[in-house]
Design a binder for this molecule. Sequence first.
Ligand SMILES: NC(=O)c1ccc[n+]([C@@H]2O[C@H](COP(=O)([O-])OP(=O)(O)OC[C@H]3O[C@@H](n4cnc5c(N)ncnc54)[C@H](OP(=O)(O)O)[C@@H]3O)[C@@H](O)[C@H]2O)c1
Length: 228
Amino acid sequence: MLPERTASLRKFTSSTALKPEEAMVPSRSETPSILIVGASRGLGCALANAFLAKGWSVTGAVRGGGHTPLHDLVDTNDGGLVIERVDMTLADDVEALSNRRSKERFDILFINAGTTNGRPGDTIAEITTDKFTHVMVTNALSPMRVIEGLETLVADDGLIGVMSSGQGSIANNERGGRELYRGSKAALNQFMRSYAARHAGSRRALLLIALYYRGKHPAPPRRDTEET
Ligand SMILES: NC(=O)c1ccc[n+]([C@@H]2O[C@H](COP(=O)([O-])OP(=O)(O)OC[C@H]3O[C@@H](n4cnc5c(N)ncnc54)[C@H](OP(=O)(O)O)[C@@H]3O)[C@@H](O)[C@H]2O)c1
């Protein structure tokens, strides 16, 4: 039988339709904790807010030095939110974050950060090599490097999660479009499967989140879709 805390986190990873607030209920009295990479705005900031609302201790990592929507949450959460800095494409940043927090064990490490190319209609052959490199390094390579670099900060019975996308599904790609973004998330899924295979004996739960919308899909992610 799983320890109570692990069972709670396994519930969070279940494919059955758990409500997020049900999955995030702390399973023991000491405050559970999550480290979110890419929490400055958008879904990452919303995720931080949701965990704070459930009483979790949240460390949200942003990459820049400026004020972000995540900073607005500090004032309204009495010590529950700590802001960290990391650009996940920079190995030195990831190592520095690991060193700064080496004494801590988070219940959840969640890598939310991601990007896309500005012209979703471009076919893969039309994409510039620089843009291909940028999106693949950000969405596929960097999350895995963050996991490898920060996994020691995660409790043995904790959870490591990554934000993928429904557009990373090979089987569901019947409409085309967003070719580079789709490819980067498909690669991420494959790398996570390889990581899972390498850690088959681990007690840690692994999670890939794919947001799936019925009907019209919103344009992910927001900022870079405005680029030309
Ligand atoms: N929006 C959707 O409908 C949707 C659907 C499926 C999946 N997703 C995925 O969900 C995640 C968040 O999407 P979103 O819509 O919330 O996007 P967003 O508003 O553009 O936010 C992207 C986040 O990633 C961070 N980020 C980007 N590159 C980074 C780097 N190198 N190092 C550290 N942080 C970095 C950004 O930080 P800065 O503020 O510094 O730029 C920001 O916090 C992405 O992985 C996306 O692919 C989104």
